[in-house]
Design a binder for this molecule. Structure first.
Ligand code: MN
Length: 186
């Protein structure tokens, strides 16, 4: 179970303590517990999670990917507003035109993902930044991309604080992203 780099009350009012009690304390904990149960006595038992995501299918894949996806999502948030480092901003300007256009495109794709899933910023094989969305536990590592940022768009991520208003959740979470960490993953 990953530890959070902030207190569960630290991101209020954007994300409530109650939402962390459920999303982190119950949903993520369940994925971690299920993964540990499912891999016991299998070839996956001592494998790094990234390798499980690339090789496994079914329940082991789903729980490994959900563990990894949530770890990146929670680890990318911060209560202290961070400026985007120049290296990342330069790549975003190159690949999306501007930081504002990148934000609009990312949030539009995240809002449009049908049903449960994730919106991702990744680096592709040519070193370009790409925005993709995945259903359910989907993870870009499977498609040869290197993910550096993600936002959870499962209803459980926003229903406590935002009910059905996914775009409002996305706009609020955007303000919590630690761009220094995203840059550090380049
Ligand atoms: Mn989630």
């Amino acid at each position: 179970m990953p530890t959070l780099p902030y207190d569960t009350e630290a991101l209020q009012p954007a994300l409530s303590k109650e939402s962390f009690d459920y999303h982190y304390g119950k949903h993520l904990q369940t994925y971690v517990d299920n993964l540990n149960k499912l891999i016991t006595g299998t070839e996956f038992e001592d494998m790094p999670v990234e390798e499980i995501i690339r090789k496994a299918d079914g329940g082991i894949y789903n729980n490994a990917a959900q563990t990894w996806n949530h770890t990146m999502f929670f680890d990318t948030l911060t209560p202290v507003k961070k400026e985007m480092p120049e290296r990342l901003a330069g790549m975003i300007n190159r690949d999306f035109g501007s930081v504002a256009q990148f934000r609009d495109e990312f949030l539009a794709k995240a809002a449009a993902q049908f049903g449960s899933g994730w919106a991702w910023l990744s680096v592709n094989e040519e070193g370009k930044l790409v925005i993709t969305t995945e259903s359910n536990a989907g993870n870009p590592l499977r498609g040869g991309l290197r993910p550096i940022m993600t936002i959870d768009v499962w209803e459980h991520a926003y229903y406590i604080d935002y009910r059905n208003r996914r775009p409002d959740f996305l706009k609020a979470v955007w303000e919590l992203i630690d761009w220094e960490k995203v840059d550090g993953r380049l």
